[in-house]
Design a protein around this ligand. Structure first.
Ligand code: 5HM
Length: 340
C-alpha cells in the first residue's frame, strides 16, 4: 500500500488522526513553549472535500472564523484587524501588531507580484486551462527567508498546495511541515478545500479528492482532555447530526469583493443585514448564507447580552445554525429539534 487511508468526508479523517495520536503517539515534543504528543508523516485523502464540516459538540468549531479565514485568504489580506475580530488570539502571533507574516497565506497565493504582475493562483489557473494534465500547478507558501530570524513567532506551516486536474475533476494536495491536529487541522482543511472547490467551480470541472500530507502532526498536551471528549462523543450514542452539504456555485471575483465589502461593514458595525436586506445583496444564495453568518457574529460581538435574532438564524445553512448555537449557547437559540 503506497497511499494514505481514504475517507468519504472530513469528520472521520479528523477523528482518525486524533485517535491515532491520543492512543499511539510516537514522540513527546517540547518546542517553543508547547508540550505535545506527535506522530510523523501523516497522509489521508477525502473523497468528498465539500463535506468538510465537523459536527462534534465537544469540538465547538467556529464556522464563522472558518469562512472569514477563507475570505481573508481569497482577498489576499494579511491584516491582524480582520482576522483577530474572529480569532483574538491570532493577534499574539503578529510581530508588529498590524500584519501576520507566516499565517497569512492570502498574499502569497492571491496577491499579484513580480515578475509578471500575476498571483500564483492566476498562474496555476492559466496553466490548468492550457495544459490540463500538468504536474506544475503548485503554489508555494513557506519561504526560505522565514527562518532567518530564529525567534520569528509566525512561520508558515504550509509548504504548498498543488492542483491535479484529472478526468474532469480537480484534485488538491496540501503539504505541511507541521499541523496542530485539534485546531490547525480543522481550519486548514476547511480553508484549503474551500479554495479547491472555488477553483473547480471557476474552471467548470468537478471537485476531485483532497489529500493532506503533514510532516509533524501533533496534539498540544493542553488539548488532551478536549480530544478525549471528542473521541468519547464519536464512539457514544451520536445524536443524528447529519446536515446536507452545501455546494458552492461558480463564483466570480466580483462576488468575492462584494462579500468582503459586506464583511467589513458588519465587522465595523456600520450596518446590519436583516433577511429582507439580504435578498437585495446581488450574490448567489450560497454567499448570502455566508453573509448571514457574519451578521450573526456581528450581533454576538456588537449586541452584548442579547440573543441573536431568530429571523437571521433562519437564513443560515442548518448545519451552520447548529454550529453557532453549539459554540455560543448563551447567545444563540438552539437549532430546532436539537438535543445536544
Ligand atoms: O513552532 P512552529 O512554527 O511549528 O509553531 C506553529 C504551529 O502552529 C505549528 O506547528 C502547528 O501546530 C500550528 N499551525 C497549524 O496547525 C500553524 C499554522 C499557521 O501557518 C497553520 N496550521 N496553518
Amino acid at each position: 500500500m503506497v497511499f494514505g487511508p481514504e475517507f468519504g468526508s472530513f469528520q472521520p479523517a479528523y477523528l482518525a488522526v486524533l485517535r491515532e495520536i491520543a492512543t499511539r503517539h510516537r514522540f513527546d515534543t517540547c518546542g517553543r513553549g508547547k508540550d505535545a504528543l506527535e506522530i510523523i508523516n501523516t497522509s489521508f485523502t477525502i473523497t468528498d472535500p465539500v463535506d468538510r464540516i465537523v459536527y462534534l459538540a465537544a469540538r465547538k468549531a467556529n464556522v464563522v472564523f472558518n469562512h472569514a479565514e477563507a475570505l481573508w485568504y481569497l482577498t489576499g489580506r494579511d491584516d491582524v484587524d480582520m482576522i483577530s475580530y474572529y480569532a483574538p488570539q491570532l493577534r499574539n502571533l503578529s510581530a508588529d501588531g498590524a500584519r501576520l507574516t507566516g499565517t497569512a497565506y492570502g498574499p502569497r497565493l492571491f496577491r499579484p507580484g513580480p515578475p509578471d504582475a500575476r498571483s500564483q493562483f492566476r498562474r496555476v489557473e492559466r496553466l490548468l486551462g492550457d495544459d490540463p494534465d500538468t504536474k506544475r500547478a503548485a503554489m508555494v507558501i513557506m519561504r526560505p527567508d522565514e527562518l532567518v530570524a530564529p525567534a520569528n513567532p509566525d512561520v508558515a506551516c504550509t509548504l504548498g498546495l498543488q492542483f491535479l486536474l484529472r478526468n474532469g475533476q480537480l484534485h488538491m494536495s496540501a503539504y505541511m511541515r507541521g499541523n496542530d491536529a485539534v485546531i490547525g487541522l480543522l481550519g486548514d482543511t476547511f480553508a484549503f478545500t474551500f479554495i479547491q472547490e472555488f477553483t473547480a467551480r471557476r474552471l467548470g470541472v468537478g471537485v476531485g479528492t483532497y489529500a493532506h500530507h503533514v510532516g509533524s502532526m501533533h496534539i498540544n498536551k493542553l488539548d488532551v482532555d478536549k480530544v478525549d471528549a471528542m473521541l468519547a462523543e464519536a464512539t457514544g450514542p451520536l445524536p443524528n447530526r447529519r446536515f446536507p452539504v452545501d455546494p458552492m456555485p461558480a463564483t466570480s471575483w466580483e462576488t468575492i469583493r462584494e462579500v468582503a465589502a459586506w464583511e467589513q461593514v458588519l465587522r465595523d458595525d456600520r450596518d446590519q443585514l436583516t433577511p429582507g436586506r439580504l435578498t437585495t445583496v446581488r450574490v448567489d444564495p450560497y454567499w448570502r448564507r455566508v453573509l448571514a453568518l457574519f451578521e450573526c457574529y456581528r450581533q454576538i460581538v456588537h449586541n452584548p447580552g442579547k440573543l441573536v435574532s431568530r429571523d437571521i438564524l433562519a437564513e443560515l445553512h442548518p448545519g451552520h445554525w447548529w454550529l453557532v448555537a453549539n459554540r455560543w449557547p448563551e447567545r444563540v437559540p438552539a437549532f430546532p429539534g436539537s438535543r445536544a
